[in-house]
Ligand binder design. Structure first.
Ligand SMILES: C[S@@+](CC[C@H](N)C(=O)[O-])C[C@H]1O[C@@H](n2cnc3c(N)ncnc32)[C@H](O)[C@@H]1O
Length: 275
């Protein structure tokens, strides 16, 4: 387990994931019964962009720094840029919020958040970042297993699945976990993040998902460059399972990232199953 998100925090893929997540949370918390959010791969919650890892990779410089300076970014990014500005008290962007911070800030009184992180030191930082927040629990556990164990059998649930894809079985475990979650609670909605390296891997994952999970599924692809080198992360995908209609905001988010931050990039949003 070598993956450390500190090298990647605030990169183009985080911008897509976090802007999409905030838009989804704003829809799900606009009204309705209490919501439980389960984050299977939470990370440390807050990231230091002045730290050695972020400076070494330069990914935040090519991502969140450009978004914060952009004058042409669509309004769908505003919740994320507002959150980043608030976290940095309106000054220089030295800290970047991970999904736990963004989720905890977005939830209403009465909503619940369960954040799972397997790596002990990341979990310790996560617990510290979320300390004292009502309705929030962190677990130092395997997020795939914990999500199914902890998922309430009734009520509204959103599951965020954002693995590091270090292990070849991550794709299969996502599908198995979503099938088990929906069998336990048919109201489970989910947002999954995926890297795009080559189309075969993405297509085979989507076929398996469609076979195992009977729900409307929407895919939002952000391609940063043509997919000519499968060894590179050429883009990223967001897969929304049984969510509200976010086709237009996702197209705006993915489209801006691909065009403003990519090289010959492109974006597409499409339904997988009949809506
Ligand atoms: C891509 S990062 C998560 C970033 C976070 N979701 C965000 O948006 O800020 C993936 C995290 O999953 C953790 N991890 C790896 N395998 C795991 C597992 N089976 N269960 C829970 N966490 C795991 C890694 O240590 C890493 O911190």
């Amino acid at each position: 387990m070598n993956y450390r998100h500190a090298f990647h925090a605030g990169n183009f893929a985080d911008l897509v994931k976090h802007a999409g997540l905030l838009r989804l949370l704003s829809e799900l918390t606009a009204a309705g019964a209490p919501l439980t959010v389960v984050d299977t791969h939470a990370g440390r919650g807050l990231y230091d962009l002045a730290g050695a890892e972020a400076r070494k990779s330069g990914e935040a410089e090519a991502g969140i720094a450009k978004l914060m300076a952009a004058s042409d970014a669509p309004p769908e990014f505003r919740p994320l840029t507002n959150a980043v500005a608030a976290l940095n008290k309106g000054g220089e962007v030295r800290r970047y919020p991970g999904s736990p911070w963004l989720i905890a800030e977005a939830l209403r009184a009465g909503d619940r958040y369960i954040a799972c992180e397997l790596r002990a030191e990341e979990h310790a930082a996560l617990a510290q970042a979320l300390k004292g927040r009502p309705g929030v629990r962190t677990l130092n556990a395997d997020g795939y297993l914990a999500a199914v164990e902890q998922c309430p059998a009734q009520g509204r649930v959103l599951v965020l699945i954002d693995p590091p894809f270090e292990k070849p079985d991550d794709y299969d475990r996502i599908v198995e976990t979503l099938a088990a979650l929906r069998a336990k609670n048919p109201k489970v909605q989910a947002l999954v993040w995926l890297p795009i390296k080559d189309l075969e891997t993405l297509d085979s994952f989507l076929r398996d998902l469609e076979d195992e999970v009977a729900a409307p599924i929407v895919v939002a692809e952000t391609r940063m460059r043509p997919l000519t080198d499968p060894m590179k992360m050429n883009g990223c995908g967001l897969v929304l399972v049984d969510g509200p209609d976010l086709a237009a905001p996702l197209a705006a988010i993915c489209g801006w990232v691909a065009q403003a931050l990519g090289a010959g990039g492109d974006a597409r949003v499409y339904p997988l199953s009949p809506q």
